[in-house]
Design a protein around this ligand. Structure first.
Ligand SMILES: Cc1ncc(COP(=O)(O)OP(=O)(O)O)c(N)n1
Ligand code: 3NM
Ligand code: MG
Length: 553
């Protein structure tokens, strides 16, 4: 199975002209049409019925909103489910009117249950009369009655733009809207549409079965479909034979634009049509002009396809894509476990330089010796070198299932996709780091007092680093809090704690012997890295720590 990834947008035939905006901004409608529907729309705008901020509303944030009118796909690769995910990924609210419920998976469509027309009408009324979506996007419209109901509702409750994905056949070949629907598409729905996005089969069906085999055919089809009434047409050429590349043709009634793509080999293409149309709708809802909306939508779909090309969901020929671009990395990453803090190796560029080893070699040796978590604390390296080192260390850490944190630098953690950060009291505040890094990354915070420990919990930290337990030469002017200070911090918080500062094989047992339940381990710099052999020192410290847990039990 293959799909196409466009790296290059090529415009052809004509120099692109500035577009007349379909939307000036969310809440402001287009004025380039003389169709009755648009007059209704403009009239509603003037009557203050559509998207006009009302006095007293200034403090409320109006979010861009797409209403999708489509079928449910139980496998969630296409239909309503794809529309919801695409809008969520693009930061747009999505409400739903369900026209049919399908029993569907990656093998095909096993059943279709059409929602009664009057209940589709009721759903439409519920959403349109109250929630003022900016844009309506249509997918599976399985009966003429449902098409008519939709058109009627849109006349009663005009929206800023209508995106029509003329779904007729599922990717597995199952008919989702029969030929009887075509007349109502041509006569009622398409004349109201701001854009229609047929694939080759759908474009051919809309035009009475004309064969579409070349790019020239697609242009003619786009023009002929435009004559039916939609303001813009995107004919998708993914199924075009004889070419390694794929070309989509966009026509706005004046100019043609080609989107040329190269193939991505992937079975995970189910739902690409729904996703593309929903993303166009989402971008329009945010206020984009039509051509920009189409460009962004294509880029997004291609990124999602490329990202999801190897994910495995279901045993059929066509799998779903990952709209949020998250599944792959989450599958590889296990959640933070406080036990990870048992032997915490913190690197130091000066020490590694002194012993003539790279950061990567230092990390490799520490992991081989039994370190359960790594922190890159590289105070003196250039940002670009830090980033490179972080990426290289991450590869090693992932192979061994050892989390890698970055000291201080949220930007480096984000850019390298490290597992998290360690920050101190004078670094980026932990709640800001949490907002930047999201809910899944690990955040450790240095705390010397119970107040700091309580704040770390409030700010969303995952663990506390507490010290200096003993005097240290590694960190200048560091206050020593001793074993008592460490114990006080541990007892003041429910967060897991790792002890730091002057710890090595000679005193690790004394630290772990404190016997407080949330003290999970020790963090060490010089005892591992200011030594000739990191591997040997890590192994020795691991043995001491294991011994201390035996004594405690
Ligand atoms: C595990 C762990 N605990 C404490 C620290 C110290 O962090 P911070 O106070 O931000 O000081 P610097 O390390 O940035 O000098 C740590 N790095 N790791
Ligand atoms: C980085 C750091 N933070 C500390 C704190 O007290 O928060 S002590 C410290 C230095 C730890 O290095 P070593 O293991 O060589 O003593
Ligand atoms: Mg710091």
């Amino acid at each position: 199975m293959a799909y196409f990834c466009s790296q290059v947008l090529s415009t052809s035939f004509f120099t692109p002209k500035p577009q007349i905006p379909v939307l000036l901004s969310p809440g402001v409608a287009c004025i380039k049409s003389s169709q009755p529907y648009r007059f209704l729309h403009l009239k509603a705008m003037q009557d203050n019925k559509v998207s006009m901020p009302t006095p007293g509303d200034e403090s409320k944030v109006r979010v861009p909103h797409v209403l999708t009118v489509a079928g449910s796909d139980s496998g969630a690769g296409a239909g309503i489910q794809a529309d919801l995910k695409a809008c969520a990924a693009r930061g747009v609210y999505c409400s739903t009117v369900i026209t049919a419920v399908t029993a569907q998976n990656t093998l095909g469509v096993q059943g279709v249950n059409i929602v009664p027309e009057d209940f589709v009408a009721e759903q439409l009324r519920s959403v349109l009369s109250d929630m003022s979506p900016n844009v309506v996007k249509t997918g599976m419209l399985p009966s003429t009655g449902i098409v008519k109901t939709l058109c009627q509702s849109l006349k009663e409750f005009p929206v800023q733009a209508l995106v029509v994905d003329p779904v007729m056949v599922s990717t597995s070949g199952h008919t989702l809207a029969g030929p009887s629907i075509l007349d109502s598409f041509r006569e009622e729905l398409l004349p109201m549409a701001d854009i229609v996005t047929p694939n080759l089969k759908e474009a051919s069906a809309l035009l009475g079965g004309v064969p579409l085999e070349t790019i020239a055919d697609m242009r003619s089809a786009a023009k002929a479909i435009h004559d039916i009434g939609p303001r813009n047409v995107l004919v998708k050429g993914g199924d075009l034979p004889v070419s390694l590349d794929a070309v989509d043709v966009f026509y706005d009634g004046e100019d043609f634009y080609e989107f040329r793509s190269s193939r991505i080999m992937t079975p995970n293409t189910h739902g690409t049509g729904c996703t593309l149309a929903s993303t166009v709708a989402a971008e329009l809802a945010k206020g984009s002009q039509m051509l920009s909306a189409v460009k962004v939508a294509k880029r997004y779909v291609e990124a999602a396809l490329s990202y999801s090309k190897n994910i495995a969901i279901g045993g059929g020929l066509q799998g779903p894509m990952d709209h949020l671009l998250k599944l792959k990395s989450n599958v590889l990453r296990r959640p933070f476990d406080p036990c990870d803090l048992f032997l915490y190796a913190v690197t130091d560029s000066r020490m590694n330089k002194k012993w003539g080893r790279s950061i990567v070699d230092a990390v490799k040796a520490a992991i081989e010796g039994g370190a359960s978590i790594i922190q890159l604390r590289e105070k003196e390296v250039e940002t670009s070198d830090f980033l490179e080192a972080a990426k290289a260390c991450l590869k090693i850490c992932r192979v061994h299932g050892v989390p890698l944190l970055i000291n201080d630098r949220i930007d480096v953690a984000l850019a390298s996709d490290a597992d998290g950060v360690h920050i101190g009291q004078s670094d980026m505040p932990a709640h800001v780091a949490r907002a930047l890094l999201g809910p899944d990354k690990i955040i450790g915070v240095s705390c010397k007092t119970p107040e700091q420990a309580q704040q770390a919990w409030i700010d969303g930290a995952d663990y506390i680093g507490s010290g200096g337990v003993y005097p240290t030469n590694t960190k200048e002017n560091n206050k020593t809090i001793g074993l008592d200070g460490l114990k006080t911090v541990c007892l003041s918080s429910k967060l897991p704690v790792v002890a730091i500062g002057g710890i090595g094989i000679s005193n690790a047992q004394a630290v772990m012997g404190l016997g407080v339940p949330n003290l999970e381990g020790v963090a060490v710099v010089s005892a591992l890295f200011d030594r000739e052999c990191v591997l040997t020192e890590t192994r020795k410290l691991l043995e001491v720590l294991k011994e201390s847990t035996k004594i405690a039990n």
